[in-house]
Design a binder for this molecule. Structure first.
Ligand code: SF4
Length: 812
């Protein structure tokens, strides 16, 4: 039996360019479960934005296993460790089964009626005393489309507050922003099949192996196939992706923009351009050329601290590619100048004319499984259906659909991003904060500040969650929610593939689906449309989906041809799905007409350097009219630089075995055993200077806080330390506690964000590192991926995920 904790990506199934990726069905059943006793029910994994199709095994009213769907267009049967094992959290003994309310400082069980009466009562008081600006809502990237759409309509059209954001702000706000800046509207243009067709991959700040594990299986199978694509990787850590690269550029953190300008310098200087495409289908080339002209390789090498020859070689590979897929993720999105850098990744493909055709695309990747849906429904800072906040015609259209006065929709101020919402709460203008399916007491920057805001007497905090998270512990009311598998709904991955996930078991105790809780809230508040009818017209997830798909009719994310009936039995359908594309559309912009007409676009754009928002006349002056927009910006230094006191740069990130703050993966035994505690990665050269050895206890300190964890000497570049952000305090016992000896990486990070996407910075905080005590063993870091020790001699290999079946089609 394969151990898929030890062998994360499983057996190779090599294939050639243009061939179909072979099927391999991965399956895990709990020990003792017999296949003949099972019912298999259609679903999809909800632990990253790859959105792998899976079937859920049900026996006796319990989930007892999962298997990949062989015919699914996304994963061809495969699942990664999180998909295989993460679902076990559903059956965790510490699930919340009853509402809790704070009485005399303690959270105590209450009835739903008591809890909801408190929530509704406080909402009513604040609406009467202070108006809708006193209310804030902070959601997730892990709910379902139906939960989000209910939340968005309730908050925007019902309560009329601009204070609604999702934790997608932390992972994909830049993806959304960069797509809008370049192509006019959100939505990744390509297909995962482009990885089957390409001959070159350019991965910038994207540890595909750990963040999109099944996509990495697909790429590995190409890399080990007959006509291996070339691979250029930008990452300060020696990830598994970097180890496979033809050129690895381990740049200094915070220098993405300089590097990308340098690569474009080389593309232009060497004539590696599709001039006809650039002239006919883009605007902005002259300005771009002017900017990147000042980034020759030697200058860029000095900024990024990588050899100029490697920059030239990377540009040569990209410049001579026949079919190029570029991709980026948090290394770009969570750095300063995030949107500016992400736009340059778009530019690279546009300069090469490589978009909208097989093997040629750019992926502004998502992180969270349902992040795409927060954006499409408007449950973050976007307006539902990829409409433009600044365009009165778009707002009026939405008001017509929702049957409310357009003035009810708060377009008089920019939507409030989460960092600003916490600022409003800190200053006292927000007095009610409902946090849904997310854990800001571990995931937001500068945690001592976040905790102090949530602890304020004057702030009424409501938390909807399946577990008593670090955030829920600080709430006034906690509402127990149903998880994946306990409710029906849909979600959309990063190549626009929509899956239906069926309810297979009942939620525990009195836990309820988020959509149902929000409908209850709206009903108790008596939210109405302008004719006095109930604002929210649906009672079931399917009715909600039907309302949503009508709202998207004619928009770029057109779901009008989709239905539960059509999704049931299918294995993923891409939007747009409508009369023109009844089975979905594999790629956007195949005619090279982009959504950049001023009346069509979702956003009028920004100055990438300052974040200043453009107005309609600024956008119209570009005369883009369906052509892609090449945007340019000069590199500037990061917000916080290393100093004699804080000489290192901190980068935070994920491991392949965990998801976000481990509320689910920390309760799956195989995953928790594989990565049981925080660690600090440091380069061997830095470790030697500081007298640190594998397993020593080290302290990482920033002006905002400190973390103590065991050291792993890994392939991270000199001058940088890496700390995974998953670990908080709910299961830390006495080993770690907030405001004391801490282990959450975000104790160290800074309250600062990209000026355009407002995505917080998690990659460039200045820190010091010191040894606290000799080690008594090895660091609790996995040996299987980027945290692999440089000298693995005495470090036991991570293992422990046996009992798994892996079947390659056509082989016994
Ligand atoms: S790659 Fe993502 S969606 Fe697929 S199984 Fe792994 S965690 Fe789930």
């Amino acid at each position: 039996m394969t151990d898929r904790i030890a062998d994360v990506w499983g057996a190779r199934t090599p294939y050639a360019a243009g061939a179909a990726w072979p099927t391999r069905v991965d399956q895990f059943l709990l020990p003792g479960v017999e296949e003949r006793d099972l019912e298999w029910v259609q679903s999809a994994c909800v632990l990253c934005s790859n959105g792998c199709g899976m079937d859920v095994a049900v026996h006796d009213g319990r989930i007892v296993g999962v298997r990949g769907r062989a015919g699914d267009r996304v994963n061809h049967g495969r699942l990664g460790p999180k998909g295989l094992f993460g679902w076990q959290a559903n059956a965790s003994a510490d699930r919340l089964t009853r509402p809790l309310v704070r009485r005399d400082g303690r959270l105590e069980p209450a009835s739903w009626d008591e809890a909801m009466s408190l929530v509704v009562g406080r909402t009513r008081e604040l609406l009467a005393e202070r108006g809708p600006l006193s209310l804030g809502f902070y959601g997730s990237g892990q709910l379902f489309l139906e939960d989000y759409y209910t939340l968005a309509v309730l908050v925007r059209a019902g309560l009329g507050t601009p204070h609604l954001d999702g934790n997608t702000r932390l992972c994909t706000a830049t993806s959304d922003a960069a797509l809008k800046e370049t192509f006019g509207t959100d939505g990744d243009p390509g297909s995962l099949r482009d990885f089957d067709e390409c001959d070159t991959i350019f991965a910038v700040g994207h540890n595909i192996a750990e963040t999109h594990t099944v996509l990495w299986m697909r790429i590995l199978d190409r890399l080990h196939g007959p006509d291996r694509p070339r691979l250029v990787v930008v990452d300060p850590r020696r990830t598994k992706v970097a180890r496979e690269a033809d050129v690895h550029l381990p740049i200094r953190s915070g220098t993405n923009l300089a590097l990308l300008n340098g690569i474009q310098h080389e593309l232009i200087a060497n004539g590696w351009l599709d001039r006809g495409f650039v002239q006919a289908r883009t605007v902005g080339f002259e300005k771009l050329e002017q900017v990147v002209r000042t980034y020759p390789p030697e200058k860029v090498a000095a900024i990024c601290d990588v050899p100029a020859e490697d920059i030239r070689e990377a540009a040569r590979i990209i410049g001579t590619a026949g079919r190029l897929v570029s991709t980026c993720l948090q290394g770009v999105y969570q750095s300063h100048q995030a949107t500016a850098s992400a736009c340059q990744v778009n530019n690279v493909n546009l300069l090469r004319g490589m978009i909208g055709k097989p093997g040629c695309t750019v992926f502004q990747m998502n992180g969270q499984p349902t992040a795409q849906n927060t954006r499409e429904t408007g449950a973050d800072g976007d307006l539902a259906g990829m409409r433009n906040w600044q365009n009165p015609a778009h707002v009026e259209e939405l008001a017509r659909i929702w049957n409310v006065d357009p003035l009810q929709i708060p377009t008089w101020a920019p939507p409030t991003h989460v960092m600003q919402m916490f600022r409003h709460a800190e200053e006292g203008s927000i007095r009610f904060l409902w946090i849904i399916g997310t854990n800001p007491a571990v995931s937001l920057p500068e945690l001592h500040r976040i905790r102090s805001i949530l602890r304020q007497e004057r702030l009424f905090v409501v938390v909807s969650d399946a577990f008593l998270s670090e955030t829920a512990m600080l709430a006034d009311v906690v509402l127990p929610t149903a998880l994946w598998g306990e409710k029906t709904g849909t979600y959309t991955n990063h190549d626009r593939t929509v899956h239906l996930s069926e309810q297979v078991v009942e939620p525990p105790g009195q836990a309820r689906p988020d959509m149902e809780i929000l409908l209850d809230y709206a009903e108790r508040l008596g939210l109405q449309d302008k004719d006095g009818a109930a604002l929210l017209t649906w009672r079931t997830p399917e009715e909600c989906f039907d309302a949503f798909r009508e709202m998207t009719r004619g928009r770029p994310c057109d779901y009008s041809g989709l239905s539960y009936a059509k999704l049931r039995g299918s294995s993923g359908i891409q939007w747009p799905c409508n009369d023109e594309h009844p089975e979905g559309a594999e790629r956007l912009y195949t005619d090279h007409r982009f959504n950049t007409a001023t009346d069509v676009c979702e956003d009028y754009g920004h100055d990438l350097l300052t974040g200043a928002a453009f107005e309609r006349r600024d956008h119209a002056a570009l005369q883009a009219g369906g052509r892609a927009i090449l945007k340019a910006a000069h590199y500037v230094l990061p917000t916080e630089l290393p100093s004699p006191e804080y000489p290192f740069q901190l980068t935070t990130g994920r491991t392949v075995y965990h998801w976000h703050t481990r509320t689910k993966t920390g309760r799956a035994p195989q995953l928790q055993r594989a990565a049981p505690d925080a660690w600090v990665e440091i380069s061997p050269a830095d470790a030697e200077r500081l007298g640190i050895e594998e397993g020593d206890l080290v302290r990482v300190e920033s002006p905002r806080g400190r973390v103590e964890a065991r050291a792993r000497l890994s392939g991270v570049r000199e001058g940088i330390v890496f700390v995974p952000f998953h670990f908080g305090y709910w299961d830390a016992g006495e080993a770690a506690e907030p405001d004391g000896t801490s282990r959450a990486a975000n104790e160290l990070t800074i309250s600062a964000w990209d000026p355009v996407s407002k995505q917080p910075l998690f990659k460039t905080a200045a820190v010091s590192v010191s040894k606290v005590a000799d080690g008594t063993g090895v660091a609790p870091a996995p040996t299987t991926a980027a945290a692999e020790p440089v000298d693995g001699g005495d470090v036991p290999r991570t293992a422990g995920g046996g009992g798994l079946r892996e079947t390659v089609e056509g082989r016994p």
